[in-house]
Design a protein around this ligand. Structure first.
Ligand code: ADP
Length: 309
């Protein structure tokens, strides 16, 4: 077993339209690896190639070139083992309303050829906190329970890798947190998690590492922490007293904006100045500080920087 749960090498997908003869390169020589046991985020704007990537793994899209290795299995040589090593949680909730969670999981296990004695239906229900609803009609489950049931469905064959495709699109905050707690629980038990999401805050909170795709190219791959460190500017808002609206305040390397007679914002590049110098500047100008609010950039800033066209 290699140290990667999943890796791709020069993975390329070109969609060809037979009629118009137009070619569309959805994935361009993509190479990266997802480490065993990590929560890995796959982010990118619309059209970046995320769905294409997931569909290649799921076997519904055939790659044009490159290598895909999942849990030690080569997609070209062992497609079935590749499929058996991943569980994909779809975006859409598509559950048969008249089955209970218990029945749905048993059916799914049957589809995957899991023999009765190897099934862990009750354990899975417990992991996604649905054991009390095991025998309820699926149509009577709440939205959050349905999402968790989708995760459970993807787990019946006990894949070491779980892929969540936009799992919380259109899901309210409370429910989202609950879903993430369950995903974290699975991750703690050793399941490698790959997730695509539009919610950058979510990726920032959840992922150990993040890959950002743009137009089929890998534009960033780093730990979430290091990606955030790439944000160079910092903004601080001060609530102040004694601001002289007639005076022009200026200091090298910072951008000072007076918002009102008791509010001032400064923006500066982290590597050019430090916080102390800014405080000194305000003191020297007899500005009394009452309160401070800092706005550290977030992943959104990095994302916009990397994918702006
Ligand atoms: P994402 O999921 O990141 O939005 P997609 O994988 O859906 O990206 O799309 C990547 C690119 O491939 C886009 O330019 C899209 O138009 C194109 N594409 C996706 N599916 C097809 C298809 N079946 N036929 C032709 N082009 C496609």
């Amino acid at each position: 077993m290699n140290k990667f749960a999943l890796s791709v090498e020069n993975l390329t997908k070109i969609y060809s339209n037979n009629k118009t003869k137009k070619q569309n390169k959805a994935l361009n020589e993509l190479s990266f690896g997802v480490k065993q046991g990590e929560v890995f985020g796959l982010l990118g704007p619309n059209g970046a190639g995320k769905t294409t990537f997931l569909n290649i793994l799921a076997g519904t899209v055939v790659k044009t070139g490159g290598k895909v290795n999942v849990w030690g299995f080569d997609l070209d040589k062992n497609p079935r083992q590749v499929r058996a090593s991943i569980g994909i949680v779809p975006q859409e909730v598509n559950l048969d309303a008249f089955f209970s969670p218990q029945q749905l999981l048993e059916l799914q296990a049957g589809l995957y050829g899991v023999t009765k004695k190897d099934r862990i239906t009750n354990l899975i229900l417990k992991i996604v906190s649905l054991e009390e609803k095991a025998n309820a009609y699926s149509r009577n489950l709440s939205g959050g329970m349905k999402r968790r049931l989708l995760i459970a469905k993807a787990m019946v064959h006990q894949p070491p890798i779980l892929i969540l495709d936009e799992p919380t699109a259109g899901v309210d905050v409370e429910l989202r947190n609950n879903l993430w707690e369950n995903v974290k629980k699975l991750n703690k038990e050793g399941v490698t998690i790959i997730l695509t999401t539009h919610y950058l805050i979510e990726a920032q909170e959840m992922c150990d590492r993040i890959a950002i795709l743009d137009k089929g190219n890998l534009v960033a791959l780093d730990t979430t922490e290091r990606l955030l460190q790439r944000i160079k500017t910092k903004k601080i808002n001060f609530k102040v007293k004694n601001l002289d609206l007639g005076k022009k305040y200026s200091m090298q390397d910072i951008n000072i904006k007076i918002n009102s007679k008791n509010s001032i914002s400064v923006t500066y590049e982290k590597n050019l100045l430090n916080f102390g110098e800014i405080i000194n500047f305000l003191k020297q100008n007899n500005i009394e500080i009452e309160d401070i609010f800092t706005e550290d950039g977030d992943l959104e800033d990095v994302f916009v920087q990397l994918t702006k066209h």
